[in-house]
Design a binder for this molecule. Structure first.
Ligand SMILES: [Mn+2]
Length: 327
């Protein structure tokens, strides 16, 4: 079968599962981003419009959600597996592999529906609907909405738009296609207030976030020979500026934007419960020459060709050296 035929087959399997099952549990990856949350909310609305029983679950460690997404309404959200888990079909949205979801109780013995657009998705589901050329998982949910005939309300359109605008880097990344713009047109037609959502996601910046960016830029190193730029944020950078973890979102874009940079690295120190200091490493590539998800996978992480990440106990300087060697 061709890829297109396989994809249609997988879509039919998802639609058949939605049709056949009554109770669903919707989950996404840890540290949910705009696409993760937008896809969850839109799928929740889709299932409820079909009179299905659906709950969304996000692990307690993922709260508070990043400031820019707190305006989203998470109706029907729980923070742990519900007591009737065994009777629910678990639907993963925007989650490339099971390790990226912190709720291990959800991983075994149930029907797992895996809906995603990460090219390195491990196809861990009972049903796997992975559309690698979709700009975002929200785009796949948008298509399922059409297939099921569920009405595109303004609320659903807003959730889908948040996924679309964030995963395409405001329609600037290579994954932006005519289809992404057609989707945007339909969502705006359904009542999305583009300026209001822009302001909510990208502006209304807490002062501590700007202070954290300032710290990151002070640590900037540019390795001109390899086309690598790096920045490091320590635990004290977060503490002294009063920044939340999520305030480092967007910092790496400043490194990626530098002239001559092929790979940008942002290293953030975090303290994981009882495990000492760990470092979260984010990688961005500026063109398709270097696949940063391949580097991330060497360290147990993953992602997209141009945006990936992993967690490590190595020192910041050892990490930077190792990544430069890979580049
Ligand atoms: Mn995504």
């Amino acid at each position: 079968m061709t890829d297109a035929a396989l994809a249609l087959d997988a879509r039919a399997a998802v639609l058949a599962t939605i049709d056949a099952q009554e109770r669903f549990l919707l989950v996404t990856h840890e540290h949910p981003d705009g696409d993760a949350l937008g896809s969850l909310i839109a799928m929740q609305a889709l299932l409820r419009a079909l009179r299905k029983d659906s709950v969304m679950v996000i692990a307690p460690d993922d709260f508070p959600l990043p400031n820019e997404y707190r305006f989203l309404s998470l109706d029907g959200l729980v923070t742990g597996p519900p007591s009737d888990l065994a009777e629910r079909t678990v639907m993963f949205l925007d989650c490339g592999n099971l390790d990226r979801n912190p709720l291990a109780a959800l991983h075994d013995g149930k029907t797992l529906v895996n809906i995603d657009h990460h090219h390195d998705n491990t196809r861990f589901g009972t049903v796997n609907y992975v559309v690698e050329d979709a700009s975002c998982t929200a785009e796949i949910v948008w298509d399922l909405l059409h297939q099921t005939g569920v009405e595109l309300t303004t609320g659903i359109a807003e959730a889908l738009y948040v996924g679309l605008v964030t995963d395409t880097g405001r329609f600037s990344y290579e994954n932006t296609t005519p289809r992404s713009h057609l989707m945007a047109a339909e969502l705006i037609g359904a009542g999305v207030d583009v300026a209001a959502i822009y302001r909510r996601i990208y502006e209304e910046i807490p002062q501590a976030k700007l202070a954290l960016l300032c710290r990151a830029l002070q640590s900037l190193k540019v390795f001109t020979d390899d086309g690598v730029a790096s920045a490091v944020l320590t635990i004290s950078d977060f503490a002294e500026t009063g920044a939340e973890d999520s305030y480092s979102e967007g910092v790496i874009d400043h490194l990626r934007a530098l002239t001559g940079v092929k790979v940008a690295i942002l290293i953030r120190e975090v303290t994981a419960n009882g495990r000492g200091v760990q470092r979260k490493v984010s990688l961005r590539a500026t063109d398709n020459e270097i696949d940063v998800s391949a580097i991330a996978r060497l360290y147990g992480g993953g992602g997209h060709r141009r945006a990936a990440g992993f967690t490590s106990e190595l020192s910041a300087s050892a990490l930077i050296d190792a990544i430069r060697a890979q580049v």
